[in-house]
Ligand binder design. Structure first.
Ligand SMILES: *Cc1c(COP(=O)(O)O)cnc(C)c1O
Length: 407
């Protein structure tokens, strides 16, 4: 099957609708879901050639599937990369990245504020196979450069970060990586290609959790690495067809259709998030708001330059309190008083989600580690969905307005 031929120079919104394999003989306008584990071969000889990778054609879904191919083509078009490879989850994409580019004895430099499971994967799992990881403060380019060793093979960053929305300079990290003969991977889950395309700023790989904004409605698990065709064919495909962390065709189809509305959804998420962040900053019960779209954000200028002038969909804030225990009680009160927001740690959904990072995503850290990460007990994270902004304000006021007065 071949890719549908499209004219050059199409915009992201059009690519998100149009990039796919050619329709089947039935001419379906909405891409088909090929829910099949294997494919009928025209002859034994053709099957032999396909299994030897000498002839194009599908054989078995662990090796390839047309719906998964369409999802990969579409995501690669949005990120502006030659290729993408779908995986079962976002974590499976990072696992595949490590299996592909790392060997025993290699060294990784990773931002200390990446997704918690990413840290456990690098230190816990890759550590078992002789890979060493150094963690550095996300925004401190000099710390990244100082951590380079002769055996450094990979730099891994995520921008903006969860939950404090720290932004890093992708181009500066790409320069550090390439000077060291290493590769840079950027987890682009929060910003999506609507806000930033990391490979245009020098990154070698883009990691996606399709579970988040690509699906966009909180339905399925999915992941992907966006990369060069050479990396896909020579490094990653041989691993997925053997190790099997592949994307299910059903999930690929949901994400494929989800991407069709990614552009307008991200614009709407960001507009709602900016309005809510601006409003939160004016609330007397709120100590601090973390949002790259606000002038008060330490990296506001970098974020606006790097993220197409948009602040992203995630807003965090600290409630005022007299100490850590009081802060936790107050944050819990605000969260538990909501009647619209979903209390869940997931994000990327149309539904606004609210959570307490200090006892969920960062709950397994010691209090000292949490302080170092800047995640206090009064911190609340909102992944701002498409709920009406006035309903969100009212929902947060239920708790903010009924907090006991501070001593
Ligand atoms: C959720 C998430 C992941 C992991 O994705 P899964 O699909 O849940 O495996 C990786 N990175 C970031 C930034 C995430 O938010």
């Amino acid at each position: 099957m071949t890719q549908k031929e499209l004219p050059e120079g199409l915009h992201l919104d059009t690519l998100a609708l149009r990039t796919a394999l050619e329709p089947s003989q039935y001419g379906e306008n909405s891409e088909a879901l090929f829910l099949t584990s294997s494919f009928i071969q025209t002859s034994a000889a053709s099957a032999a050639r396909r299994f030897a990778m000498e002839e194009e054609g599908y054989t078995y879904t662990r090796v390839g599937n047309p719906t998964v191919s369409s999802m990969e083509l579409r995501l690669a078009a949005l990120e502006g990369t030659e290729a993408a490879i779908g995986t079962a989850t976002g974590m499976a994409a990072i696992l595949l990245l490590g299996m592909g580019v790392l060997r025993a004895g290699d060294h990784v430099i990773c931002s200390q504020s990446v997704f918690g499971s990413t840290i456990r994967l690098f230190s816990g799992e890759f550590g078992k196979f002789g890979v060493e990881t150094t963690y550095v403060p996300q925004g401190d380019v000099e710390a990244w450069a100082a951590a380079v060793k002769p055996n450094t093979k990979l730099l891994f960053a995520e921008t903006p970060t969860n939950p404090l929305t720290d932004v890093c300079d992708i181009q500066a990290l790409a320069d550090v990586a390439h000077k060291a003969g290493a590769l840079l991977a950027v987890d682009n889950c929060f910003a999506t290609p609507v806000l930033q395309k990391p490979t245009t700023m020098g990154a070698d790989f883009v990691i996606h959790s399709g579970t988040k904004y690509l699906d966009g409605q909180g339905r399925v698990m999915a992941g992907a690495i966006c990369c060069s065709q050479k990396h896909k064919d020579e490094v990653f495909l041989p691993i997925t067809r053997t190790a099997g962390m592949v994307l299910s065709p059903f999930n690929a189809w949901v994400v494929l259709k989800g991407m069709e509305t990614l552009g307008i959804r991200m614009q709407a998420h960001c507009a709602n998030a900016l309005a809510l962040a601006t409003w939160l900053e004016a609330q007397p019960q709120v100590a601090r708001v973390y949002y790259p779209g606000l002038k008060s954000h330490p990296q506001h200028a970098l974020a606006m330059r790097q993220q197409s002038g948009l602040g992203g969909p995630v807003v965090s804030f600290d409630v005022k309190a007299s100490g850590p225990d009081d802060a936790r009680l107050r944050a819990f009160h605000v969260i538990d008083s909501t009647k619209v927001c979903s209390i869940t740690t997931n994000l990327g959904d149309t539904k606004t989600t609210i959570c307490h990072p200090g006892t969920t995503s960062h709950g397994r850290l010691t209090e000292a580690q949490r302080q170092a990460a800047g995640v206090g007990q009064g911190l609340i994270r909102l992944a701002v969905g498409l709920d009406h902004i006035e309903d969100l304000k009212t929902d947060l006021l239920r708790g903010l307005n009924s907090l006991p007065t501070l001593a």
